[in-house]
Design a protein around this ligand. Structure first.
Ligand code: HEM
Length: 325
Protein backbone atom coordinates (compact mmCIF):
# COMPACT_ATOMS: atom_id res chain seq x y z
CA UNK A 1 0.00 0.00 0.00
CA UNK A 2 1.25 3.48 -0.86
CA UNK A 3 1.97 5.49 2.25
CA UNK A 4 0.66 9.03 2.69
CA UNK A 5 4.26 10.20 2.52
CA UNK A 6 4.94 8.63 -0.92
CA UNK A 7 1.61 9.94 -2.18
CA UNK A 8 2.66 13.41 -1.11
CA UNK A 9 6.02 13.04 -2.88
CA UNK A 10 4.27 11.87 -6.05
CA UNK A 11 1.92 14.84 -5.90
CA UNK A 12 4.79 17.30 -5.52
CA UNK A 13 6.69 15.70 -8.41
CA UNK A 14 3.75 15.75 -10.83
CA UNK A 15 2.65 19.26 -9.94
CA UNK A 16 6.16 20.68 -10.39
CA UNK A 17 6.24 19.01 -13.84
CA UNK A 18 2.88 20.50 -14.72
CA UNK A 19 4.04 24.02 -13.84
CA UNK A 20 7.49 23.79 -15.36
CA UNK A 21 7.79 26.04 -18.42
CA UNK A 22 10.80 23.98 -19.40
CA UNK A 23 8.61 20.94 -19.94
CA UNK A 24 6.27 22.71 -22.32
CA UNK A 25 8.25 25.18 -24.41
CA UNK A 26 9.99 23.19 -27.13
CA UNK A 27 12.11 24.04 -30.13
CA UNK A 28 10.14 21.85 -32.53
CA UNK A 29 6.76 23.00 -31.22
CA UNK A 30 5.30 23.90 -34.65
CA UNK A 31 7.01 21.12 -36.63
CA UNK A 32 3.73 19.45 -37.57
CA UNK A 33 1.36 22.44 -37.40
CA UNK A 34 3.40 25.18 -39.10
CA UNK A 35 6.75 23.89 -40.32
CA UNK A 36 7.49 27.15 -42.20
CA UNK A 37 7.22 29.35 -39.10
CA UNK A 38 10.93 30.07 -38.68
CA UNK A 39 11.39 30.79 -42.39
CA UNK A 40 8.44 33.19 -42.44
CA UNK A 41 9.54 35.15 -39.37
CA UNK A 42 13.12 35.39 -40.60
CA UNK A 43 12.00 36.67 -44.01
CA UNK A 44 9.64 39.15 -42.34
CA UNK A 45 12.41 40.56 -40.16
CA UNK A 46 14.83 40.81 -43.10
CA UNK A 47 12.20 42.46 -45.24
CA UNK A 48 11.29 45.05 -42.63
CA UNK A 49 14.96 45.77 -41.87
CA UNK A 50 15.55 46.62 -45.53
CA UNK A 51 13.41 49.72 -45.26
CA UNK A 52 14.34 50.54 -41.65
CA UNK A 53 17.84 49.72 -40.44
CA UNK A 54 16.82 50.41 -36.82
CA UNK A 55 14.14 47.76 -36.88
CA UNK A 56 16.20 44.78 -35.61
CA UNK A 57 17.04 46.79 -32.49
CA UNK A 58 13.41 47.73 -31.99
CA UNK A 59 12.28 44.10 -32.29
CA UNK A 60 14.91 42.90 -29.82
CA UNK A 61 13.68 45.47 -27.33
CA UNK A 62 10.02 44.55 -27.87
CA UNK A 63 10.64 40.98 -26.74
CA UNK A 64 12.43 42.27 -23.62
CA UNK A 65 9.61 44.71 -22.80
CA UNK A 66 7.11 41.92 -23.38
CA UNK A 67 8.79 39.34 -21.13
CA UNK A 68 9.37 41.69 -18.17
CA UNK A 69 5.67 42.53 -17.85
CA UNK A 70 3.44 39.57 -16.87
CA UNK A 71 5.75 37.21 -18.81
CA UNK A 72 6.35 36.58 -22.51
CA UNK A 73 2.70 36.73 -23.56
CA UNK A 74 2.66 39.48 -26.22
CA UNK A 75 0.85 41.81 -23.80
CA UNK A 76 3.09 44.63 -25.06
CA UNK A 77 1.47 44.43 -28.51
CA UNK A 78 -2.10 45.13 -27.38
CA UNK A 79 -3.53 48.46 -28.52
CA UNK A 80 -5.39 50.80 -26.20
CA UNK A 81 -9.12 51.12 -26.85
CA UNK A 82 -11.76 53.16 -24.98
CA UNK A 83 -12.36 50.11 -22.77
CA UNK A 84 -8.87 48.57 -22.63
CA UNK A 85 -5.64 50.06 -21.31
CA UNK A 86 -2.55 48.39 -22.68
CA UNK A 87 1.16 48.89 -21.99
CA UNK A 88 2.09 51.09 -24.92
CA UNK A 89 1.65 54.41 -23.13
CA UNK A 90 3.43 53.42 -19.90
CA UNK A 91 6.51 55.61 -19.23
CA UNK A 92 9.25 53.26 -20.49
CA UNK A 93 7.24 52.45 -23.66
CA UNK A 94 5.52 55.69 -24.58
CA UNK A 95 6.79 57.19 -27.87
CA UNK A 96 9.65 54.74 -27.60
CA UNK A 97 8.86 51.10 -28.39
CA UNK A 98 8.33 50.40 -32.06
CA UNK A 99 8.24 47.64 -34.64
CA UNK A 100 4.51 46.87 -34.43
CA UNK A 101 3.91 47.10 -38.19
CA UNK A 102 6.66 44.55 -38.82
CA UNK A 103 5.05 42.16 -36.33
CA UNK A 104 1.65 42.73 -37.99
CA UNK A 105 3.12 41.86 -41.40
CA UNK A 106 4.76 38.67 -40.07
CA UNK A 107 1.54 37.68 -38.30
CA UNK A 108 -0.51 38.12 -41.45
CA UNK A 109 1.92 35.95 -43.49
CA UNK A 110 1.64 33.30 -40.78
CA UNK A 111 -2.15 33.51 -40.73
CA UNK A 112 -2.15 32.90 -44.51
CA UNK A 113 0.09 29.85 -44.19
CA UNK A 114 -1.13 28.32 -40.93
CA UNK A 115 -4.23 30.04 -39.65
CA UNK A 116 -4.69 30.34 -35.90
CA UNK A 117 -1.56 28.40 -35.01
CA UNK A 118 1.41 30.64 -34.16
CA UNK A 119 1.19 32.96 -31.13
CA UNK A 120 2.25 36.59 -31.22
CA UNK A 121 4.47 35.90 -28.19
CA UNK A 122 6.39 33.26 -30.17
CA UNK A 123 6.71 35.67 -33.12
CA UNK A 124 8.33 38.20 -30.76
CA UNK A 125 10.78 35.59 -29.43
CA UNK A 126 11.76 34.44 -32.93
CA UNK A 127 11.96 37.99 -34.30
CA UNK A 128 14.30 39.01 -31.46
CA UNK A 129 16.65 36.13 -32.28
CA UNK A 130 16.49 36.82 -36.03
CA UNK A 131 17.18 40.50 -35.40
CA UNK A 132 20.34 39.71 -33.46
CA UNK A 133 21.52 37.28 -36.14
CA UNK A 134 20.77 39.76 -38.94
CA UNK A 135 22.86 42.34 -37.08
CA UNK A 136 25.87 40.00 -36.88
CA UNK A 137 25.26 38.56 -33.41
CA UNK A 138 24.90 35.00 -32.12
CA UNK A 139 22.13 32.57 -32.97
CA UNK A 140 20.21 30.20 -30.71
CA UNK A 141 17.34 27.75 -30.90
CA UNK A 142 14.16 29.42 -29.65
CA UNK A 143 11.93 27.23 -27.46
CA UNK A 144 8.34 27.78 -28.66
CA UNK A 145 4.80 27.16 -27.47
CA UNK A 146 3.96 30.43 -25.71
CA UNK A 147 0.36 31.56 -25.97
CA UNK A 148 -1.01 35.10 -25.99
CA UNK A 149 -2.64 36.97 -23.13
CA UNK A 150 -6.00 38.64 -23.19
CA UNK A 151 -4.75 41.13 -20.61
CA UNK A 152 -2.00 43.71 -20.33
CA UNK A 153 -0.54 45.56 -17.37
CA UNK A 154 -0.02 49.31 -17.56
CA UNK A 155 1.25 49.37 -13.98
CA UNK A 156 3.59 46.44 -14.66
CA UNK A 157 5.04 48.25 -17.67
CA UNK A 158 5.45 51.37 -15.55
CA UNK A 159 7.11 49.65 -12.60
CA UNK A 160 8.78 46.46 -13.80
CA UNK A 161 10.96 47.78 -16.61
CA UNK A 162 14.38 49.03 -15.50
CA UNK A 163 15.03 52.77 -15.45
CA UNK A 164 17.92 54.49 -17.21
CA UNK A 165 18.45 56.51 -14.01
CA UNK A 166 19.11 53.36 -11.96
CA UNK A 167 22.37 52.40 -10.33
CA UNK A 168 23.71 48.85 -10.53
CA UNK A 169 21.73 47.58 -7.53
CA UNK A 170 18.49 48.99 -8.92
CA UNK A 171 19.17 47.40 -12.30
CA UNK A 172 19.97 44.05 -10.69
CA UNK A 173 16.74 44.27 -8.69
CA UNK A 174 14.65 44.76 -11.85
CA UNK A 175 16.11 41.52 -13.18
CA UNK A 176 15.94 39.44 -10.00
CA UNK A 177 12.34 40.62 -9.46
CA UNK A 178 11.31 38.80 -12.63
CA UNK A 179 13.42 35.71 -11.93
CA UNK A 180 16.63 36.53 -13.78
CA UNK A 181 20.07 37.07 -12.24
CA UNK A 182 22.61 39.88 -11.95
CA UNK A 183 24.72 38.07 -14.57
CA UNK A 184 21.74 38.05 -16.95
CA UNK A 185 21.52 41.82 -16.48
CA UNK A 186 25.23 42.41 -17.22
CA UNK A 187 24.88 40.20 -20.30
CA UNK A 188 21.53 41.34 -21.69
CA UNK A 189 22.56 44.99 -21.34
CA UNK A 190 24.76 44.14 -24.32
CA UNK A 191 21.52 44.42 -26.34
CA UNK A 192 22.51 48.09 -26.39
CA UNK A 193 25.08 47.13 -28.99
CA UNK A 194 22.39 48.12 -31.52
CA UNK A 195 19.65 50.73 -31.65
CA UNK A 196 19.11 54.27 -30.54
CA UNK A 197 17.97 56.37 -27.63
CA UNK A 198 16.27 59.74 -27.46
CA UNK A 199 18.18 62.68 -26.00
CA UNK A 200 15.73 62.72 -23.12
CA UNK A 201 17.20 59.44 -21.87
CA UNK A 202 20.66 60.94 -21.30
CA UNK A 203 20.42 64.74 -21.53
CA UNK A 204 20.66 65.24 -17.78
CA UNK A 205 23.95 63.37 -17.51
CA UNK A 206 25.62 65.45 -20.23
CA UNK A 207 24.69 68.83 -18.68
CA UNK A 208 23.53 68.46 -15.11
CA UNK A 209 24.32 65.04 -13.68
CA UNK A 210 22.18 64.26 -10.62
CA UNK A 211 21.51 67.98 -10.15
CA UNK A 212 25.23 68.75 -9.71
CA UNK A 213 25.23 71.47 -12.39
CA UNK A 214 28.00 69.61 -14.24
CA UNK A 215 28.19 66.69 -16.65
CA UNK A 216 28.86 63.16 -15.43
CA UNK A 217 32.67 63.24 -14.96
CA UNK A 218 33.00 59.65 -16.18
CA UNK A 219 32.03 60.63 -19.75
CA UNK A 220 35.06 60.81 -22.03
CA UNK A 221 35.53 64.52 -22.93
CA UNK A 222 35.48 64.07 -26.73
CA UNK A 223 32.32 61.94 -26.46
CA UNK A 224 30.76 64.48 -24.12
CA UNK A 225 31.25 67.40 -26.49
CA UNK A 226 29.91 65.37 -29.42
CA UNK A 227 26.78 64.50 -27.42
CA UNK A 228 26.31 68.07 -26.19
CA UNK A 229 26.37 69.35 -29.77
CA UNK A 230 23.91 66.70 -30.92
CA UNK A 231 21.56 67.09 -27.96
CA UNK A 232 21.75 70.77 -26.99
CA UNK A 233 19.79 71.74 -23.87
CA UNK A 234 17.44 73.82 -26.01
CA UNK A 235 17.03 71.17 -28.74
CA UNK A 236 14.45 68.47 -29.28
CA UNK A 237 14.52 65.75 -26.66
CA UNK A 238 13.23 63.28 -29.22
CA UNK A 239 16.35 63.46 -31.40
CA UNK A 240 18.12 60.11 -31.53
CA UNK A 241 21.65 58.97 -30.81
CA UNK A 242 23.09 55.47 -31.27
CA UNK A 243 23.53 53.42 -28.11
CA UNK A 244 26.83 52.24 -29.57
CA UNK A 245 28.20 55.07 -31.67
CA UNK A 246 31.26 53.09 -32.79
CA UNK A 247 29.60 50.17 -34.60
CA UNK A 248 26.01 51.36 -35.15
CA UNK A 249 23.60 48.56 -36.15
CA UNK A 250 26.28 45.88 -35.71
CA UNK A 251 25.72 43.44 -32.87
CA UNK A 252 29.14 42.94 -31.28
CA UNK A 253 31.00 43.47 -27.98
CA UNK A 254 31.88 47.09 -28.81
CA UNK A 255 29.19 48.22 -26.34
CA UNK A 256 31.36 46.89 -23.49
CA UNK A 257 34.54 48.39 -24.90
CA UNK A 258 32.71 51.73 -25.08
CA UNK A 259 31.95 51.48 -21.36
CA UNK A 260 35.63 50.89 -20.57
CA UNK A 261 36.42 54.00 -22.61
CA UNK A 262 33.79 56.20 -20.90
CA UNK A 263 31.59 56.17 -23.99
CA UNK A 264 28.42 54.62 -22.60
CA UNK A 265 25.34 56.55 -23.70
CA UNK A 266 22.94 55.96 -20.81
CA UNK A 267 23.67 56.36 -17.12
CA UNK A 268 22.44 52.75 -16.71
CA UNK A 269 25.05 51.60 -19.25
CA UNK A 270 28.05 53.50 -17.86
CA UNK A 271 27.40 52.51 -14.23
CA UNK A 272 28.14 48.90 -15.14
CA UNK A 273 31.78 49.86 -15.60
CA UNK A 274 31.91 52.69 -13.05
CA UNK A 275 30.78 50.51 -10.17
CA UNK A 276 33.71 48.53 -8.83
CA UNK A 277 32.76 44.89 -8.39
CA UNK A 278 31.19 42.07 -10.35
CA UNK A 279 29.49 44.32 -12.92
CA UNK A 280 32.80 45.91 -13.88
CA UNK A 281 34.46 42.49 -14.10
CA UNK A 282 31.80 41.36 -16.57
CA UNK A 283 32.21 44.51 -18.66
CA UNK A 284 35.97 43.97 -18.81
CA UNK A 285 35.62 40.27 -19.65
CA UNK A 286 33.07 40.88 -22.42
CA UNK A 287 35.04 43.80 -23.85
CA UNK A 288 37.99 41.43 -24.28
CA UNK A 289 36.12 38.32 -25.40
CA UNK A 290 33.29 38.62 -27.90
CA UNK A 291 32.64 34.89 -28.10
CA UNK A 292 32.09 34.69 -24.34
CA UNK A 293 29.63 37.58 -24.62
CA UNK A 294 27.86 35.95 -27.57
CA UNK A 295 27.40 32.57 -25.91
CA UNK A 296 26.23 34.10 -22.62
CA UNK A 297 23.90 36.47 -24.47
CA UNK A 298 22.26 33.56 -26.29
CA UNK A 299 21.84 31.70 -22.97
CA UNK A 300 20.33 34.71 -21.18
CA UNK A 301 17.95 35.41 -24.09
CA UNK A 302 16.66 31.84 -23.87
CA UNK A 303 16.16 32.32 -20.11
CA UNK A 304 14.38 35.65 -20.59
CA UNK A 305 12.16 34.06 -23.24
CA UNK A 306 10.97 31.53 -20.66
CA UNK A 307 9.66 34.08 -18.17
CA UNK A 308 6.13 33.05 -17.13
CA UNK A 309 4.88 31.94 -20.54
CA UNK A 310 1.19 31.15 -20.93
CA UNK A 311 1.07 27.46 -21.74
CA UNK A 312 -1.88 25.61 -23.26
CA UNK A 313 -4.64 25.41 -22.21
CA UNK A 314 -4.00 28.91 -20.82
CA UNK A 315 -3.98 31.91 -23.14
CA UNK A 316 -5.08 32.18 -26.74
CA UNK A 317 -3.65 32.45 -30.23
CA UNK A 318 -4.59 35.97 -31.28
CA UNK A 319 -5.49 36.44 -34.93
CA UNK A 320 -4.45 40.10 -34.75
CA UNK A 321 -1.56 40.75 -32.36
CA UNK A 322 -3.04 44.11 -31.34
CA UNK A 323 -6.40 42.74 -30.21
CA UNK A 324 -7.02 40.44 -27.19
CA UNK A 325 -9.15 37.82 -28.93
C1 HEM B 1 19.43 46.97 -18.05
C2 HEM B 1 18.42 47.79 -18.05
C3 HEM B 1 17.97 48.55 -19.27
C4 HEM B 1 17.65 49.86 -19.32
C5 HEM B 1 17.67 50.85 -18.16
C6 HEM B 1 17.31 50.17 -20.69
C7 HEM B 1 16.92 51.40 -21.14
C8 HEM B 1 16.78 51.75 -22.47
C9 HEM B 1 16.47 53.07 -22.95
C10 HEM B 1 16.24 54.30 -22.06
C11 HEM B 1 16.45 53.02 -24.29
C12 HEM B 1 16.18 54.18 -25.24
C13 HEM B 1 14.69 54.40 -25.37
C14 HEM B 1 14.32 55.70 -26.04
O1 HEM B 1 15.00 56.69 -25.87
O2 HEM B 1 13.28 55.71 -26.75
C15 HEM B 1 16.74 51.66 -24.68
C16 HEM B 1 16.82 51.22 -25.97
C17 HEM B 1 17.07 49.92 -26.33
N1 HEM B 1 17.19 48.84 -25.46
FE1 HEM B 1 17.34 48.94 -23.46
N2 HEM B 1 17.43 49.03 -21.43
C18 HEM B 1 17.83 48.01 -20.62
C19 HEM B 1 18.00 46.69 -20.97
C20 HEM B 1 17.83 46.20 -22.25
C21 HEM B 1 17.81 44.80 -22.59
C22 HEM B 1 17.88 43.65 -21.59
C23 HEM B 1 17.69 44.72 -23.95
C24 HEM B 1 17.60 43.51 -24.83
C25 HEM B 1 18.18 42.37 -24.57
C26 HEM B 1 17.62 46.09 -24.44
C27 HEM B 1 17.56 46.43 -25.76
C28 HEM B 1 17.43 47.73 -26.21
C29 HEM B 1 17.52 48.09 -27.61
C30 HEM B 1 17.87 47.16 -28.75
C31 HEM B 1 17.27 49.46 -27.68
C32 HEM B 1 17.18 50.31 -28.95
C33 HEM B 1 15.78 50.20 -29.52
C34 HEM B 1 15.53 50.98 -30.79
O3 HEM B 1 16.45 51.54 -31.36
O4 HEM B 1 14.34 51.00 -31.20
N3 HEM B 1 17.68 46.94 -23.38
N4 HEM B 1 16.92 50.90 -23.56
Amino acid sequence: MISTYSLLLLLIATSSLAFSAEAALATGYYDSTCPQVEKIVKAGVANAAQSDSRLPASLLRLHFHDCFVQGCDASVLLDDTPTFKGEKTAGPNNNSIRGFEAIDAIKSSLESSCKGVVSCADILALAARDSVVLSGGPSWEVPLGRRDSITASFSGATNRLPSFFSDVNGLIKSFTDVGLTAEDMFTLSGGHSIGQARCLAFVSRIFNDSGSGSPDPSIRPSFLSALQSKCPQTGSLSSLQPLDATTINKFDNQYYLNLVLGKGLLHSDQVLFNTVGVARNFVKAYSADQSKFFSNFAGSMIKMGKLSPLLAPKGIIRSNCRVPR
